[in-house]
Design a protein around this ligand. Structure first.
Ligand code: IMP
Length: 178
Protein backbone atom coordinates (compact mmCIF):
# COMPACT_ATOMS: atom_id res chain seq x y z
CA UNK A 1 0.00 0.00 0.00
CA UNK A 2 1.31 3.44 -0.83
CA UNK A 3 0.12 7.01 -0.98
CA UNK A 4 -2.91 7.53 -3.24
CA UNK A 5 -4.63 10.56 -4.68
CA UNK A 6 -8.40 11.11 -4.63
CA UNK A 7 -9.51 14.30 -6.37
CA UNK A 8 -7.03 16.96 -5.19
CA UNK A 9 -5.89 15.30 -1.96
CA UNK A 10 -3.33 12.70 -0.95
CA UNK A 11 -4.13 9.83 1.41
CA UNK A 12 -1.84 7.42 3.25
CA UNK A 13 -2.55 3.77 4.15
CA UNK A 14 -4.34 3.35 7.47
CA UNK A 15 -6.21 0.01 7.74
CA UNK A 16 -5.50 -2.98 5.48
CA UNK A 17 -8.24 -5.15 3.97
CA UNK A 18 -7.17 -8.05 6.18
CA UNK A 19 -7.26 -5.94 9.36
CA UNK A 20 -10.78 -4.82 8.45
CA UNK A 21 -11.92 -8.35 7.64
CA UNK A 22 -10.47 -9.79 10.84
CA UNK A 23 -12.26 -7.17 12.93
CA UNK A 24 -15.54 -7.78 11.10
CA UNK A 25 -15.32 -11.48 11.91
CA UNK A 26 -15.03 -10.64 15.61
CA UNK A 27 -18.01 -8.26 15.44
CA UNK A 28 -20.08 -10.93 13.64
CA UNK A 29 -19.22 -13.50 16.32
CA UNK A 30 -20.41 -11.10 19.03
CA UNK A 31 -23.63 -10.40 17.11
CA UNK A 32 -24.21 -14.13 16.51
CA UNK A 33 -23.96 -14.70 20.25
CA UNK A 34 -26.06 -11.72 21.35
CA UNK A 35 -28.84 -12.17 18.77
CA UNK A 36 -29.20 -15.95 18.61
CA UNK A 37 -32.89 -16.79 18.21
CA UNK A 38 -33.95 -13.13 17.96
CA UNK A 39 -34.11 -12.68 14.16
CA UNK A 40 -32.71 -9.14 14.35
CA UNK A 41 -33.36 -6.54 11.67
CA UNK A 42 -30.19 -4.82 10.47
CA UNK A 43 -30.77 -1.34 9.07
CA UNK A 44 -27.79 -0.18 7.03
CA UNK A 45 -27.45 3.50 6.29
CA UNK A 46 -26.47 4.28 2.71
CA UNK A 47 -24.32 5.21 0.96
CA UNK A 48 -21.23 4.76 3.08
CA UNK A 49 -22.14 1.52 4.86
CA UNK A 50 -22.91 -0.64 1.81
CA UNK A 51 -19.62 -2.57 1.76
CA UNK A 52 -19.29 -2.89 5.53
CA UNK A 53 -22.93 -4.02 5.84
CA UNK A 54 -22.52 -6.64 3.11
CA UNK A 55 -19.27 -8.04 4.56
CA UNK A 56 -20.64 -8.07 8.12
CA UNK A 57 -23.90 -9.69 7.05
CA UNK A 58 -22.06 -12.45 5.16
CA UNK A 59 -20.21 -13.37 8.35
CA UNK A 60 -23.39 -13.84 10.42
CA UNK A 61 -24.64 -17.38 11.01
CA UNK A 62 -27.91 -16.52 12.75
CA UNK A 63 -31.26 -15.83 11.08
CA UNK A 64 -31.34 -12.10 10.41
CA UNK A 65 -32.93 -9.58 8.06
CA UNK A 66 -31.32 -6.55 6.49
CA UNK A 67 -32.68 -3.44 4.83
CA UNK A 68 -30.94 -0.41 3.41
CA UNK A 69 -32.09 3.13 3.94
CA UNK A 70 -30.95 6.49 2.77
CA UNK A 71 -31.18 9.54 4.98
CA UNK A 72 -32.26 12.78 3.42
CA UNK A 73 -32.12 16.05 5.27
CA UNK A 74 -34.12 19.08 4.36
CA UNK A 75 -34.73 22.41 6.05
CA UNK A 76 -37.74 22.07 8.31
CA UNK A 77 -40.24 24.85 8.83
CA UNK A 78 -39.40 24.98 12.54
CA UNK A 79 -36.47 26.91 13.93
CA UNK A 80 -34.88 23.57 14.83
CA UNK A 81 -33.45 23.61 11.31
CA UNK A 82 -32.69 20.36 9.50
CA UNK A 83 -35.13 17.48 9.47
CA UNK A 84 -33.88 14.02 8.65
CA UNK A 85 -36.12 11.49 6.95
CA UNK A 86 -35.43 7.89 6.03
CA UNK A 87 -36.09 6.75 2.49
CA UNK A 88 -36.73 3.05 2.01
CA UNK A 89 -37.71 2.09 5.54
CA UNK A 90 -40.69 -0.12 4.74
CA UNK A 91 -40.43 -2.58 7.63
CA UNK A 92 -42.44 -2.13 10.82
CA UNK A 93 -39.97 -1.88 13.72
CA UNK A 94 -42.50 -2.52 16.47
CA UNK A 95 -41.20 -5.28 18.75
CA UNK A 96 -38.16 -5.94 16.55
CA UNK A 97 -34.55 -6.20 17.69
CA UNK A 98 -32.96 -3.55 15.50
CA UNK A 99 -29.26 -3.11 14.74
CA UNK A 100 -28.26 0.10 12.95
CA UNK A 101 -25.24 -0.32 10.66
CA UNK A 102 -23.14 2.81 10.10
CA UNK A 103 -19.85 3.26 8.30
CA UNK A 104 -18.52 5.99 10.56
CA UNK A 105 -19.73 8.03 13.50
CA UNK A 106 -18.07 11.44 13.32
CA UNK A 107 -19.84 14.24 15.21
CA UNK A 108 -22.78 11.95 15.96
CA UNK A 109 -25.22 14.48 14.47
CA UNK A 110 -26.79 12.12 11.93
CA UNK A 111 -27.64 9.38 14.41
CA UNK A 112 -28.57 11.85 17.12
CA UNK A 113 -31.29 13.23 14.89
CA UNK A 114 -32.35 9.97 13.33
CA UNK A 115 -32.45 7.50 16.25
CA UNK A 116 -35.41 9.14 18.03
CA UNK A 117 -37.51 8.61 14.88
CA UNK A 118 -36.76 4.90 14.96
CA UNK A 119 -37.38 4.62 18.70
CA UNK A 120 -40.78 6.19 18.08
CA UNK A 121 -41.76 2.93 16.35
CA UNK A 122 -41.09 1.06 19.61
CA UNK A 123 -38.58 -1.61 18.61
CA UNK A 124 -37.89 -4.23 21.32
CA UNK A 125 -34.26 -3.09 21.30
CA UNK A 126 -31.99 -0.89 19.25
CA UNK A 127 -28.20 -1.17 19.08
CA UNK A 128 -25.58 0.38 16.87
CA UNK A 129 -22.75 -1.24 14.99
CA UNK A 130 -20.25 1.13 13.39
CA UNK A 131 -17.06 0.31 11.55
CA UNK A 132 -15.30 3.53 12.57
CA UNK A 133 -15.66 6.12 15.31
CA UNK A 134 -13.82 9.40 15.74
CA UNK A 135 -14.13 10.03 19.51
CA UNK A 136 -12.34 13.41 19.28
CA UNK A 137 -14.98 14.71 16.84
CA UNK A 138 -17.92 13.94 19.13
CA UNK A 139 -20.52 16.69 19.43
CA UNK A 140 -23.49 14.42 20.11
CA UNK A 141 -22.43 11.36 22.16
CA UNK A 142 -23.81 8.19 20.60
CA UNK A 143 -23.52 4.84 22.38
CA UNK A 144 -21.84 2.51 19.89
CA UNK A 145 -22.55 -1.05 20.99
CA UNK A 146 -20.34 -2.82 18.44
CA UNK A 147 -17.35 -0.86 17.15
CA UNK A 148 -14.80 -1.82 14.53
CA UNK A 149 -12.10 0.78 15.11
CA UNK A 150 -11.69 3.96 17.09
CA UNK A 151 -9.72 6.36 14.86
CA UNK A 152 -8.14 9.82 15.17
CA UNK A 153 -10.03 12.88 13.99
CA UNK A 154 -8.72 12.61 10.41
CA UNK A 155 -10.65 12.34 7.17
CA UNK A 156 -10.64 8.78 5.78
CA UNK A 157 -11.62 7.17 2.46
CA UNK A 158 -12.05 3.67 1.11
CA UNK A 159 -14.09 0.59 1.97
CA UNK A 160 -17.34 2.39 1.16
CA UNK A 161 -16.30 5.80 2.44
CA UNK A 162 -15.93 8.58 -0.09
CA UNK A 163 -14.23 11.89 -0.56
CA UNK A 164 -16.62 13.94 -2.68
CA UNK A 165 -18.04 10.88 -4.39
CA UNK A 166 -14.80 9.00 -5.07
CA UNK A 167 -12.82 6.37 -3.20
CA UNK A 168 -15.64 4.04 -2.16
CA UNK A 169 -14.23 1.14 -4.19
CA UNK A 170 -10.81 1.16 -2.54
CA UNK A 171 -10.39 -2.10 -0.59
CA UNK A 172 -8.43 -0.57 2.28
CA UNK A 173 -8.96 2.53 4.41
CA UNK A 174 -6.69 5.51 3.81
CA UNK A 175 -6.35 8.67 5.85
CA UNK A 176 -5.70 12.21 4.71
CA UNK A 177 -2.03 12.98 4.42
CA UNK A 178 -1.13 16.24 6.16
P1 IMP B 1 -21.82 12.58 11.68
O1 IMP B 1 -23.27 12.93 11.50
O2 IMP B 1 -20.97 13.82 11.89
O3 IMP B 1 -21.56 11.55 12.73
O4 IMP B 1 -21.29 12.04 10.28
C1 IMP B 1 -21.66 10.82 9.80
C2 IMP B 1 -21.47 10.73 8.30
O5 IMP B 1 -20.50 11.66 7.78
C3 IMP B 1 -20.94 9.37 7.95
O6 IMP B 1 -22.00 8.42 7.79
C4 IMP B 1 -20.17 9.62 6.67
O7 IMP B 1 -21.03 9.52 5.56
C5 IMP B 1 -19.67 11.05 6.81
N1 IMP B 1 -18.25 11.09 7.26
C6 IMP B 1 -17.81 11.49 8.46
N2 IMP B 1 -16.47 11.40 8.55
C7 IMP B 1 -16.04 10.92 7.35
C8 IMP B 1 -14.72 10.58 6.83
O8 IMP B 1 -13.67 10.71 7.47
N3 IMP B 1 -14.71 10.11 5.55
C9 IMP B 1 -15.83 9.93 4.80
N4 IMP B 1 -17.06 10.22 5.26
C10 IMP B 1 -17.17 10.71 6.53
Amino acid sequence: MSIIRVHDKQFEPYLTASEINARIKVLAQQLDKDYAGKKPLFIAILNGSFIFAADLFKELSIDAEICFIKLASYKGTKSSGQVITAIGLDTDLFGRDVVIVEDIVDTGKTLNEFLPQLLHQQPASMKIVALLHKPEATVYPIPIDYLGFSIPNKFVVGYGLDYDGLGRNIREIYKLLE
